[in-house]
Design a protein around this ligand. Sequence first.
Ligand code: HEC
Length: 107
Amino acid sequence: MKAIISVFFLILAFPTLARADKPAKLGLCAACHGENGISRTPGVPHLAGQDETYLRKALNDYRSGVRKVSPMSSIANQLQPKDIAAFAKWYAAQPGFRTDSKMRANK
Ligand code: HEC
């Protein structure tokens, strides 16, 4: 009986664990990377579906100065570690870019 109850609660908890909450500061990124991580701007990379650990590392590298590229260095400077974790989780959870994704407004 205990096992059945445990499984029941695991199933209930699963969608909550798998879901990525929309980061509070997503507005800082959306103009360039899109809310869903599909960039609409030439020269701006897609983030959707990218590896979460890689996204966190990239943001930490901009923040620490290991990676220095405008405009990301100054943007990442304003982020706290909890923001970086939230953005990495969010963008990793979005469906990745496909060649038939709507990338640019003029296409
Ligand atoms: C003004 C446009 C702009 C805004 C706003 C912006 N970015 Fe970027 N972002 C870029 C550009 C351009 C690059 C590519 C920089 C490079 O060559 O390293 C980039 C790169 C990145 C990368 C590295 C991608 C990779 O494949 O290595 C991450 C992660 C990232 N941005 C996350 C964010 C997050 C999170 C925010 C919001 C807090 C944000 N960006 C806001 C333009 C922007």
